[in-house]
Design a protein around this ligand. Structure first.
Ligand SMILES: Cc1ncc(COP(=O)(O)OP(=O)(O)O)c(N)n1
Ligand SMILES: Cc1ncsc1CCOP(=O)(O)O
Ligand SMILES: [Mg+2]
Length: 218
């Protein structure tokens, strides 16, 4: 049984893959984040990841189970067939991945769909597409975690995207704890982060800061 999408799931959204925690055990990192209270986890294993497809599936099965046990949505990045094989709760695709209308049709009734939008034009197109649960907008700030990131949109750009979007927006890209209140003030439903949590010395405190900042959005 998969979880239905709810905007509150966007409040403390952890995105991670083995490439983001080199020399560490991703399963342990994710469990620590779940124990700290993250509201969503996205399995984004790509780029410098050294996993074979079989290893990515096996690890995904273990991460999926940990998220299910914590009643936290398990979202897969990019790979629709992996998401279906893992019985994920959601799939996240970008503008250069499989066409979102085809993804929505492929996963209909099984997974919710998130889409990356970093311009008003992309938001306006997304507003016309039924079946998109949320928008990931970014990068808000410069990021070291995505080599092919779009140009930075900044807080003013985020505010414009939120005002134009008919779906809840989660901010992503170069986010640090000190910027969480300003991100919430734009009307974004929450923050999606890699480094801020993967490299946090105190995940419980970092997740608490994410939840506190996004409280006003409830
Ligand atoms: C929550 C969230 N927002 C944006 C992205 C970026 O997706 P995409 O543009 O497809 O880039 P990759 O992550 O695939 O490199 C995301 N993954 N999650
Ligand atoms: C996946 C993604 N999409 C836009 S920026 C980004 C990377 C976010 O990583 P970090 O939080 O470490 O900047
Ligand atoms: Mg993608």
């Amino acid at each position: 049984m998969t979880l239905e999408f709810e905007p509150a799931q966007l409040r403390a959204y952890f995105v991670c893959g083995t490439q983001d925690v080199v020399g560490r055990d991703l399963e342990t990192v994710v469990q620590t984040a779940l124990d700290a209270g993250i509201t969503a986890f996205q399995y984004r294993d790509k780029g410098a990841s050294q996993l074979t497809a079989a290893q990515r599936l096996t690890l995904g099965q273990r991460l999926r189970q940990r998220c299910a046990d914590a009643h936290v949505p398990f979202i897969v990045d990019d790979d629709v067939e992996l998401a279906l094989a893992l019985q994920a709760d959601g799939i996240h695709v970008g503008q250069s991945d499989d066409r979102v209308t085809q993804v929505i049709e492929r996963v209909a009734g099984q997974l919710f769909v998130g889409l990356s939008c970093s311009t008003l034009a992309e938001i306006k197109v997304a507003n016309q597409i039924d079946g998109i649960a949320y928008i990931g907008s970014g990068p808000i700030f410069p990021t070291n975690s995505k080599a092919d990131a779009d140009p930075v949109v900044g807080l003013a750009g985020l505010r414009e995207l939120v005002a134009a979007s008919q779906r809840p927006i989660v901010a992503i890209g170069g986010i640090t704890v000190d910027q969480l209140p300003a991100i919430a003030a734009t009307g974004a439903a929450g923050a999606a982060v890699i480094s801020m949590l993967a490299q946090s010395p105190d995940m419980a405190a970092t997740v608490k800061a994410m939840l506190t900042a996004s409280e006003a959005q409830l």
